[in-house]
Design a protein around this ligand. Structure first.
Ligand code: G
Ligand code: G
Ligand code: MN
Ligand code: NA
Length: 254
């Protein structure tokens, strides 16, 4: 069956769910928050990551419905999440520049996520499908997010489409350093210099940094001892997982 048809069927069956991947404080191993990542349930305990369907979903205009389905489940899960991890852990959701400038989409998203339970701890990760309109963001989107106490994370920092200087000038809560700059950093002076520069930009602006996609213990060791990175996220700590697994997950000490 064609992917588009399968996506329509999956929406009908409510097969889209949120997965969760922890962000860990690199200094003390404390849990800082979770990134919420969309998954398509394609079988008994079988899930498909967005790489396989995101661009088709976007082209067919299905991404918004798919995301809302997962976000509604996230909202249903909030009491369990808060019960298990407390009220301080942040929850990050990925949105594209296309979605950010769609007023109807944002109105519905913010309405769905307006639960008092999320006040001050909801983060939007801006993940670029096209360059972010920095001026529109600064003058219109950012103030609305701030009024709603929603924090901003710049995803894939260093490899996205937008002008780096403009992006760096946005007021954000955190910068996420792309996996491409992290993998192999312990033996790559060029990556070391870029990551140092990103950390310096973030420090200057009072923003946190997250190293994404950490898999290698030597890279983790390098990040911990030779960079100012604040948080790490990656398979070395945990893969993205469904709520049921998360609730019983034992977080290793870093
Ligand atoms: O989980 P995985 O690494 O396969 O995610 C692949 C990409 O899909 C990432 O770039 C991520 O930002 C994006 N993504 C995951 N969940 C969502 C979502 O709910 N909305 C949007 N717009 N993108 C998402
Ligand atoms: O939103 P963003 O583009 O940051 O998406 C993060 C993606 O990276 C998710 O799809 C997630 O499944 C994936 N990911 C998370 N940790 C790791 C890791 O340690 N290694 C690799 N290869 N991918 C990871
Ligand atoms: Mn992300
Ligand atoms: Na990313």
């Amino acid at each position: 069956m064609e992917l588009e048809t399968r996506l329509h069927d999956a929406i009908e069956r409510e097969d889209f769910v949120p997965f969760f991947q922890p962000k860990i404080d690199i200094r003390n191993g404390a849990l800082h928050g979770f990134e919420v990542l969309l998954r398509w349930r394609t079988g008994e305990a079988e899930y498909t990551a967005p790489g396989a369907f995101l661009s088709t979903a976007e082209e067919q205009g299905l991404l918004d419905r798919i995301m809302f389905q997962a976000v509604r489940k996230l909202v249903d899960d909030l009491p369990l999440l808060t019960g298990r991890f407390g009220r301080k852990v942040k929850l990050s959701i990925n949105v594209t520049p296309t979605q950010l400038k769609d007023r109807e989409f944002m109105k519905r998203l913010l309405a769905l996520l307006s639960s008092a339970e999320l006040r001050g701890r909801l983060v939007l990760e801006i993940t670029e499908d096209e360059a972010l309109d920095v001026e529109l963001f600064r003058t219109h989107i950012q103030p609305e997010l701030a009024r709603n106490e929603i924090l901003v994370s710049i995803d894939d920092f260093g490899t996205g489409y937008s002008n780096l200087a403009q992006l760096a000038a946005l007021e954000a809560y955190e910068l996420k350093i792309d996996r491409a700059l992290i993998a192999g950093i312990h033996r790559d002076p060029a990556k070391q210099q870029i990551v140092s520069m990103i950390c310096a930009i973030a420090r200057n602006a009072g923003e946190k940094t997250v190293a994404e996609g950490v898999e290698d213990p030597e890279d983790l060791d390098f990040l911990r001892h030779h960079t100012a990175v604040d948080m790490v996220q990656g398979y070395i700590f945990a893969r993205p997982m469904p709520l049921a697994d998360l609730l019983v997950y034992r977080f290793p000490d870093a």
